[in-house]
Design a protein around this ligand. Structure first.
Ligand code: 5GP
Length: 197
């Protein structure tokens, strides 16, 4: 019986509002690799337009705590007052089927993943500058001023973690950033092709 080769784990982090979602969506449309995006659970309330089970599984703090206690998360973290976690079962199933699972998670989660899965590839997506990040966050207009300030402070802290990542990609222009990430995936795929024989 032939078994599918175990898939790969790719983590993309970067301050929220850094254009990460746009880059990830375009990457998913274009990539030639069997890339699937993990849907996290969160206690954060949905933003306008966000759909349960698509953008996140929106859960209450009590539900999140139950899932955490039951070991249903492969990693979890608190981010600016809300909890976020990666469901374990789906991730394992996808990897077993040979898919490449993309996790869009914060730096705390990324470091947990790297400890658990040393082969995971960590990509840090950053805006050209903090000023640019602030501009994008304000343009999005989904957060109040206090939240914007907290997210900016968080982003400054996160930048210090970038050195733990395997790659740092500057999101100066969406298509260019996507092409750079696709290049990273090609190298990963190339390694796979080499080790097959
Ligand atoms: P947002 O509220 O803007 O959707 O996400 C806030 C932060 O939480 C982002 O940095 C995002 O990458 C991160 N995040 C989303 N899902 C998860 C998760 O499952 N685990 C961890 N550790 N972080 C997550």
């Amino acid at each position: 019986m032939t078994q599918a080769k175990r898939g790969k784990l790719i983590v993309i982090s970067g301050p929220s509002g850094s254009g990460k979602n746009t880059v990830i969506n375009r990457l998913l449309q274009r990539t030639k690799w069997p890339l699937v995006l993990s849907v996290s659970a969160t206690t954060r309330p949905p933003r306008p337009g966000e759909r349960d089970g698509v953008d996140y599984f929106f859960v209450t703090p009590e539900q999140f705590e139950r899932m955490k206690q039951a070991g249903e998360f492969v990693e979890y973290a608190e981010y600016v007052g809300h909890w976020y976690g990666t469901p374990r079962r789906w991730l394992e199933e996808q990897l077993q089927q040979g898919r490449w699972v993309l996790l869009e998670i914060d730096v705390q989660g990324a470091l947990q993943i790297k400890r658990l899965f040393p082969d995971a590839v960590l990509i840090f997506l950053r805006t050209p500058s903090l000023q640019e990040y602030e501009r994008r966050l304000r343009r999005r207009g989904t957060e109040d001023e206090a939240t914007i300030q907290r997210r900016l402070a968080q982003a400054k802290q996160e930048l210090a973690y970038a050195r733990h990542y395997d790659y740092e990609v500057v999101n100066d222009e969406v298509d260019r950033a996507v092409a750079e990430i696709e290049g990273i995936l090609d190298r990963l795929g190339g390694e796979q092709a080499c080790t097959k024989n």
